[in-house]
Structure formats: C-alpha cells, structure tokens
Design a binder for this molecule. Structure first.
Ligand code: C5P
Length: 221
C-alpha cells in the first residue's frame, strides 16, 4: 500500500554513474549500480507521482510508467535536470556524478608508448548545487551522501552548501550499505539534525520510506 499520495506531483530522480570520456574508447566512471535511484523512481510512481528518471549508464530495466532520460556525462545530466526542473516539485539526486573528468578529450584513440602517461582532470559541474541555486520555494531538493567517517557532519555540510532540504547519508564502510548491493543503511538529516534513521533494509523498502518522508514534508508546506 502506498506510503503517501504524490498524485499531481512531478518528481525528478537522477540515478547511476556518469561516464566521462578520455578518447573515443575510454572513460572514467564509478561503481554506482543505479539501484537506489531506480527504487526511488518506482516508489514515487507507486505514490502516484509523474516521474522523470534521469539515468547514467546502468543495466536496469526502465520501471513501468516512468519517463527515462538516458545521459552519459555530468554535463548531459545537468542539461537534462535543468530542462525538467521548472515543472518539478521534488528533485532527488541519487546519481553518483563523477567529480572529475579528463580535461582533454582526444578525437582519436590515444596510442600507448613506452612512457608513463599523465591524464589531467578538471572538475565537473555540481548538479545538486546548481539545482540548489535555482530552487523555487515550493521545490524540495533531496541529496545523497556516501561517507566513510564523520557521517553527520559531512552530510550536513553538504546539505547546507547545496541548499538541500533533506540529505540521505549512508556509511559506506558498513556491510550492506551503499554501492551495488540490494540493501542500504541510511540516516536522513535536515538543517536541524537527524530526522530518520533506518536499519538495514532492501533498497526498495528504503525507497518507500524515503518517499513517505518526502510526501510528509511536501504536504507540510
Ligand atoms: O559527491 P557528493 O558527495 O558531494 O554528492 C552529494 C550529492 O550531490 C549527491 O546527491 C550527488 O548526486 C550530488 N552531486 C551532484 N553533482 C556532482 C556531485 C554530486 O549533483 N557533480
């Protein structure tokens, strides 16, 4: 049974890794599976929302009834988010956006030589921060933070810096939390502190509870 009613609401979810090319055959990426984001898209759909799922490259089926927009790089993900942002009531940033990308992208495959090679990296745009800057008063921005230590401090720093309303933190050193697996262990914070602490649950159940909390916050406005 649905945890909240999001009918008439538009929810944007970003999910998966981004892929930052170095040449036509190589790229930098990370271990994100997209499972948490896809579970959130399904839970938001089950609550009756119109869902736009902006997805990096993952091997997951598109959830039924969800509009999926496929992107590769952080730049493409930013463009896709900004395109639908004006219509959104909620933006959930579950994607593991690459923080750095190769500063130069070669037009042809880079040839190997006997020498060592240096690849210079530059920062990618911070999508959550950009959304935080443009956010309208009725819009709710929810971020994720994968931390290994000082979880609450770092998560709340991020929340404030990016002007988020909620941040979902997981301690990725704990077994059963974070990337790739089917379970997660999360704690949610707002500006005032801890608002929800969940035990180890399936990502599907974590998603249901998070959507429940998001619905509560949205309706309290
Ligand atoms: O990478 P970081 O730990 O700062 O990520 C925290 C939040 O910011 C996550 O919700 C992530 O999706 C988002 N983020 C982003 N664009 C980036 C880096 C992170 O939207 N370039």
């Amino acid at each position: 049974e649905p945890v909240t009613d999001l009918s008439g609401k538009c929810v944007i979810v970003t999910a998966g890794p981004t892929r930052e090319p170095m040449d036509p055959v190589r790229f930098l990426t990370n271990r994100s599976s997209g499972k948490m984001g896809y579970a959130l898209a399904e839970a938001a759909r089950d609550a009756g929302a119109e869902v736009v799922l902006i997805s990096g490259p993952v091997s997951l089926e598109t959830p039924y009834g969800v509009r999926r927009v496929d992107v590769g790089t952080a730049d493409e993900m930013l463009d896709a988010v900004l395109r639908d942002l004006p219509r959104a009531d909620v933006v959930i940033k579950a994607a593991a956006v690459a923080d750095y990308r190769p500063a130069q992208v070669a037009d042809y495959k880079i040839k190997k030589s006997g020498e060592e090679m240096v690849v210079r990296l530059e920062r990618t745009p911070d999508i959550a921060e950009e959304v935080g800057r443009r956010k309208q008063s009725h819009q709710l921005l929810v971020g994720f933070a994968a931390e290994t230590d000082h979880v609450e401090t770092y998560a709340q720093d991020k929340l404030k810096r990016k002007n988020m309303d909620l941040i979902v933190a997981n301690d990725v050193t704990q077994p059963g939390a974070g990337f790739e697996g089917d379970t997660n262990i999360v704690t949610v914070y707002d500006r005032d502190g801890e608002v929800l602490r969940l035990p180890k649950l399936s990502k599907r159940e974590v998603a249901r509870r998070l959507i429940g909390l998001i619905g509560e916050r949205l309706h309290a406005r």
